[in-house]
Ligand binder design. Structure first.
Ligand SMILES: [Zn+2]
Length: 358
């Protein structure tokens, strides 16, 4: 009898398993922006009143046996170790196909290179995406959307770097050789702070006259005496990819006078795709928070810039988008850092029963 029962049980499980594996469940993979392991994070899916969850394994995968995967729009990923921000990403078809992939953002970004190497900076996605003034972009600007391309927070693509920096002579204001040398030295100091190569000097005709130049990123620097502010920097993006950067300066003295290096660095940060912020001490402080102004990128600037570039590179690599918004939604729902499970305290051994009674 027991043998028959065992046979029936194994037959039933053999029948059930393939069905459960055939598109009924949700299988996916979780990656992290800093390359650490997502193993141990818990993935929740709510569906038709039922809620199920699974733990991410050592390969980054999870599998949830829910009966209505196709209708599920949202998952929740919570890392009990507290190393990664909670995330509430949407389940979307991956660009280029493949199983659903998700990206977790660390709570702390460790700066690996440059002036601030070794510093650990708490990641502030809400601060990075909060607009510091009505008309300006936030440090992480809004997701850029165009038809037929996945949206994304605009960044320069890795293959566009280092950006070619050319000086425009068009408006009749002549920039001397020493002006361009002074400009490139501010650009170089910015690179040292940001911890990577961003710029290379180029001639104007190289940027405009070369048909292959479209693949290479370029920044045009121009003097405009009619400018009402000292400088203005901007970028143009398409579907989350920056395609051009431009800087206008009121006069060449802003370049030659080291006192204004902070203005040039500020405008250069804009051409890299970073807007204004008042969320931390910064080289791109908005006008309303002059007390937060710094003449060079602070550890917060560098950490958030490195994080965004890496995050967007990974989003494109995995064919996904919306990871920053997913983490902000996750933080709204799970605002507290989880307390890691305590190791069970060693049990106190009862004192041996010795006494007069024995
Ligand atoms: Zn600005």
């Amino acid at each position: 009898m027991a043998r028959i029962l065992l046979f029936v049980v194994s037959l039933v499980s053999a029948l059930v398993q393939p069905v459960a594996g055939q598109g009924m469940g949700l299988r996916g993979v979780v990656h992290t922006v800093d390359g650490g392991t997502a193993a141990g994070a818990r993935v929740f899916v709510a569906c038709a009143g039922a809620r199920d969850s699974a733990v991410v394994d050592s390969t980054g995968h999870f599998q949830i046996e829910v009966p209505c995967a196709a209708a599920v729009g949202l998952v929740e990923i919570v890392d009990p170790s507290g190393r990664y921000l909670p995330s509430m990403p949407r389940i979307r078809p991956r660009v280029g196909g493949g199983e659903p992939a998700f990206l977790l953002t660390p709570r702390v970004w460790k700066i690996a290179s440059g002036t601030h190497a070794g510093q650990a900076v708490p990641v502030d996605l809400v601060g990075a995406t909060t607009r510091a003034c009505r008309a300006c972009a936030a440090f992480f600007s809004a997701e850029d959307t165009v038809n037929m391309r996945p949206p994304g927070i605009p960044v320069w693509l890795e293959h566009s770097l280092p950006l070619r920096v050319a000086f425009s002579q068009e408006d009749g204001v002549t920039m001397t050789e020493s002006d361009s040398v002074a400009f490139m030295s501010v650009a170089h100091a910015l690179e040292v702070d940001l911890g990577r190569r961003w710029f290379q000097p180029a001639r104007e005709e190289e940027v405009f006259g070369d048909p292959a130049a479209e693949d290479l990123g370029s920044i045009i620097v121009a003097i405009d005496p009619g400018l009402t502010t000292a400088g203005r920097g901007n970028w143009a993006a398409q579907g989350g990819e920056i395609v051009a950067g431009v800087i206008y300066l009121q006069s060449t003295s802003l370049i030659s006078n080291p006192r204004y290096a902070g203005v040039v660095a500020h405008e250069l940060m804009h051409t890299l795709g970073f807007g204004h912020t008042c969320s931390w001490r910064t080289v791109v402080a908005a006008e309303r928070c002059p007390g937060r102004r710094s003449d060079s990128p602070t550890p917060e600037d560098v950490a958030h810039a490195q994080l965004l570039l890496r995050l967007r590179t990974l989003e494109r690599h995995y064919g996904i988008y919306g990871s920053v918004a997913a983490a902000i939604a996750g933080l709204e729902k799970y605002p507290h850092v989880p307390v890691p499970a305590q190791e069970p305290a060693p049990a106190v051994e009862p004192a041996p029963l010795v006494g007069s009674a024995a």
